[in-house]
Design a protein around this ligand. Structure first.
Ligand SMILES: Nc1nc2c(ncn2[C@@H]2O[C@H](COP(=O)(O)OP(=O)(O)OP(=O)(O)O)[C@@H](O)[C@H]2O)c(=O)[nH]1
Length: 194
């Protein structure tokens, strides 16, 4: 079992939010900003939390915030900026649009650490989730190589690394739901209130 002091939490909170139309991290569920759910899920498991966003409004959470090194280049570029700022070998990476996430799920990623895997990601109903995943810091070099070639697709870069998937049991399936649209926001509000 790796120690908390060797793990950094990295939250991606940049991007265009073109489908939602407003910054997703500041959407609210039960009056709490979405990004705060990611922060609270990470907190018991990591030594430091870094938010990757050019938006100064995220400073309100009192955490380390770093700007994107490569602008408007999507989540893979955001991951590189976070890993560049991290001082630990292991890094739990989360998006800011998964307000039902919890520490129990993230702990499964930590428990699955082995000598070889560079990326350990959640798999839910056959879908892998590279934005609920544990990354070794050195994979930023592979990712930067892809970005330099103009390849921005995170899934393509993940395939080039040694990765392992952790399948979620049925009871947890809803916890990884992400919100991209106003309809999905309504769905998650309904789920939360029932
Ligand atoms: N730091 C950073 N985070 C990003 C970037 N692009 C996306 N993200 C984050 O990655 C996660 C998944 O984002 P997506 O839903 O794929 O993209 P988006 O730009 O937020 O939204 P769409 O424009 O609707 O696709 C969210 O937490 C975003 O905040 C980026 O360029 N930089």
């Amino acid at each position: 079992m790796i120690d908390k002091k060797d793990i950094t939490g990295i939250i991606l909170a940049g991007g265009k939010s073109s489908r939602m139309g407003t910054d997703k991290g500041f959407l609210r569920l039960n009056n709490k900003p979405f990004v705060q759910y990611s922060i609270e899920a990470l907190k018991p498991l990591v030594s430091e939390i870094i938010i990757v966003s050019d938006d100064l409004n995220y400073d309100v959470f009192g955490l380390k915030r770093v700007n994107d090194i490569t602008k408007n280049a999507g989540p893979m570029a955001g991951i590189c900026s976070g890993l560049e700022a991290s001082s630990t070998d292991y890094n739990l990476i989360l998006s800011c649009d998964i307000p039902l996430i919890n520490s129990e799920i993230l702990k499964k990623l930590i428990d699955a650490v082995d000598a070889n895997s560079e990326i350990i990601q959640i798999e839910n109903q056959g879908k892998t989730m590279p934005l609920i995943a544990l990354y070794k810091r050195h994979i930023k070099d592979t990712f930067n190589g892809f970005l330099q070639k103009g390849e921005r697709r995170l899934r393509v870069a993940v395939k080039a690394c040694i990765s392992k998937n952790i399948k979620l049991e049925k009871a947890h399936e809803f916890s990884t739901m992400n919100v991209n649209t106003k309809e999905e926001l309504k769905q998650i509000e309904n789920a939360f209130n029932h």
